[in-house]
Design a protein around this ligand. Structure first.
Ligand code: ZN
Length: 221
C-alpha cells in the first residue's frame, strides 16, 4: 500500500503546514519514521488516535451451547474477546452505524464457532469463521485445556470497535521521541490490520475529527 503523507488533507491545518515524513525502517507489523514540520499537539494526537481510535474486529458476544470445561462462561468469553482478529475495514461497518440498526448482519458482524472435545488444549485456530477474512491473527493462542469428556460448543459474534471503548479493540501501539524539533515515531500493529493501513486510517480519523470540530465551530475552509 502506498503511504504518501504529503498528499493527505492534513496539509494546511495549523501546526502541520510543512509536514515531512521519512520512513526509517518498516516491516508488516512495525514501522519507524521521522516526522517533522508538525508541533507536539499534532504528533501526540496521531499517537493517541493509533492507540484508541482505529476500528478493528473483536469478539463482542458469545452464545454458549455447551461448556463443561473448568473455565466459567464469563472468563472464557473474556479470553475470546482478547484474541486479535484479522480485520477487513472495507467490508464491515460499526454495528451502531449499520443498516441493520444494531441487530447484527453480514455487513457488521462475523460469526465464529468453536466446537471442541477433550482431551487437549483448545487453540485460537479452533475458532471457525463464516468469513475467511475475519480469522485469528495467530493460530496458537491457548484458550483453555480440556480433559476427557469435557466439551465446548459456542458461537461468537465479532464486531468492530475502538480501543477507547475496550482494549480488546486496540489496533496497536504508538510512541515517539523528540529529536531536533522532529518526532521519531514507532508504531506497531497488533496484526488485525497492516501497519501502513493503521497509519493511513489514523490520518483519516484525524481529518474527520478536525472537520467535526470545524462543523461544531462553523468554521469554513
Ligand atoms: Zn449490520
Amino acid at each position: 500500500m502506498e503511504w504518501d503523507v504529503d498528499q493527505r488533507a492534513v496539509r494546511g491545518e495549523e501546526g502541520c503546514k510543512k509536514m515531512k515524513v521519512k520512513i526509517i525502517e518498516r516491516s508488516n507489523n512495525e514501522i519507524r519514521f521521522n516526522m517533522s514540520g508538525v508541533n507536539t499537539a499534532v504528533a501526540n494526537s496521531l499517537r493517541r488516535i493509533v492507540i484508541s481510535m482505529i476500528p478493528v474486529m473483536a469478539i463482542e458476544e458469545v452464545i454458549f451451547y455447551e461448556n463443561s470445561s473448568i473455565m466459567h462462561d464469563e472468563i472464557l468469553a473474556h479470553r475470546l474477546g482478547l484474541i486479535p482478529l484479522k480485520t477487513d475495514l472495507k467490508t464491515y461497518n460499526f454495528v451502531s452505524e449499520c443498516t441493520c440498526k444494531g441487530k447484527g448482519c453480514a455487513k457488521c458482524t462475523a460469526i465464529l464457532t468453536l466446537d471442541v472435545e477433550g482431551p487437549g488444549t483448545v487453540y485460537s485456530r479452533d475458532l471457525k469463521s463464516n468469513d475467511p477474512k475475519i480469522v485469528p491473527v495467530y493460530d496458537t493462542i491457548p484458550i483453555v485445556k480440556l480433559i476427557e469428556n469435557q466439551r465446548i460448543r459456542l458461537e461468537a459474534k465479532a464486531q468492530l470497535g475502538v480501543g477507547k471503548e475496550h482494549m480488546k479493540w486496540q489496533a496497536g501501539l504508538a510512541s515517539y521521541e523528540i529529536v531536533d524539533n522532529s518526532f521519531n515515531f514507532f508504531v506497531e500493529s497488533y496484526g488485525q490490520i497492516p501497519v501502513d493501513e493503521l497509519i493511513e486510517k489514523a490520518f483519516d480519523v484525524f481529518i474527520e475529527q478536525i472537520n467535526e470540530i470545524k462543523d461544531m465551530l462553523k468554521i469554513k475552509n
